[in-house]
Design a protein around this ligand. Structure first.
Ligand code: 5AD
Length: 359
């Protein structure tokens, strides 16, 4: 019998293990009863994996869970990614928040206590100048806060401009570290090499960088997931965002199966063990596929949550995937509830900037 417990111990001690061991952990055949909405019961191996990841996160970040205020600034996008609900070809009504609207979101978020603002939106080169100005405004009004951008692929020059204006961090999921798989998820006009190069450029420019991928995206194999973990190990990003793929009704992948909760949790735990310093959100997608998803994510190594500060009219139009959680709630009202839930799980909600801790 393969010693999965031994593999997990090795990972814990050395932050690395063979591809075969990763594969054995990822494909262990225990079946989670995903229909059980109240409690999740895991196998002994998975329980050990999640406990080990949790122990590692506590060594670096103690019990802190950092809050980031997410602002979905625009659903206009020039790309046509096959999985995404705001792809160019989708019939959704398009919006872009004005600079003043975004400043209002930041102001009210700051009042609630947020000290990181994540500006996320579709890829839209026409707004680069506005973004540069916006970053300056946020940083001059709130010098105590970090600005994270999640706006897709740009030229080095634009990334530089954003950095000079004061941006601190940049999230750009690599989506998959396998070029052939990438090409099955994206139209011909998009380039795997460019995406990967963007990540290295962002690093070189001194951003705190976030990469990541979807779990269970169409055509994904276990080998692809291992390539993702290997790529992350090589890039060593400060942040890693992963979540299950969830079909969206207006996309070519509308009929595909969603990613599994268990595999996503296993990936989260493996990433925590391989990159102990990483800031890892328990993503909305994880929560969308299971009511206990967020809690389970935190217990498997995640240490960030991203409450949504977007005005609700816009939030409804930012449907990357179907049934997205929290489309109707107000962040302010929810924050107290979130804080209580996090305490119940044994963690502490931190409203600090929460920069990466590299030992
Ligand atoms: N399911 C899950 N995640 C998705 N994303 C986009 N579409 C989907 C989907 N259908 C993720 C991508 C992107 C991030 C902003 O959202 O990984 O990088």
């Amino acid at each position: 019998m393969k010693d999965l417990f031994g593999f997990i111990d090795d990972l814990y001690d050395k932050a690395d293990v063979s591809d075969n061991a990763l594969s054995d952990i990822l494909t262990d055949s225990y079946v989670l009863k995903e229909s059980d909405q109240r409690s999740l019961s895991f196998s002994d191996v998975d329980t050990y994996l999640f406990k080990s990841a949790d122990k590692k996160r506590r060594e670096v970040y103690d019990t802190d869970v950092y809050a980031r205020g997410l602002i979905e600034i625009s659903n206009r996008c020039k790309n046509n990614c096959l999985y995404c609900g705001i792809r160019r070809g989708s019939p959704v009504y398009r919006y872009s928040l004005s600079q003043d609207e975004i400043m209002d979101c930041v102001r009210s978020g700051h009042e609630m206590g947020f000290r990181t603002f994540v500006l996320q939106g579709g890829e839209n080169p026409g707004s680069d100048r506005m973004i540069t100005e916006l970053i300056r405004r946020i940083k001059s009004e709130f010098p105590d806060s970090a600005v994270t951008l999640s706006l897709g692929e740009k030229t080095k020059k634009i990334y530089e401009e954003f950095k000079q204006a004061g941006a601190d961090r940049y999230l750009l999921r690599h989506e998959t570290a396998d070029k052939m798989h990438y090409e099955k998820l994206h139209p011909d006009e998009m380039s795997y090499d460019n995406r990967i190069n963007c990540l290295w450029t962002l690093k070189e420019l001194g951003y705190q960088v976030g990469a990541g991928f979807m779990v269970g995206s169409p055509y994904q194999t276990t080998g692809n997931l291992i390539s993702d973990l290997r790529f992350l190990k090589e890039l060593s990003p400060d942040m890693v965002g992963i979540g299950p793929f969830i079909p969206q009704h207006d996309t070519p992948f509308s009929g595909e199966k969603a990613g599994s909760l268990l595999t996503t949790l296993r990936c989260l735990a493996l990433i925590r063990l391989m990159l102990p310093h990483a800031l890892i959100p328990a993503t909305t997608a994880l929560w969308t596929i299971h009511p206990k998803g967020r809690d389970a994510g935190l217990k498997a190594g995640a240490n960030v949550i991203m409450p949504n500060l977007t005005p609700s009219y816009a939030r409804e139009l930012y449907n990357l995937y179907d049934n997205k959680k929290n489309v109707k709630d107000e962040a302010g009202i929810r924050l107290a509830g979130i804080s209580a839930k996090i305490s119940e799980s044994g963690y502490r909600l931190s409203m600090d900037r929460g920069d990466v801790i590299r030992k």
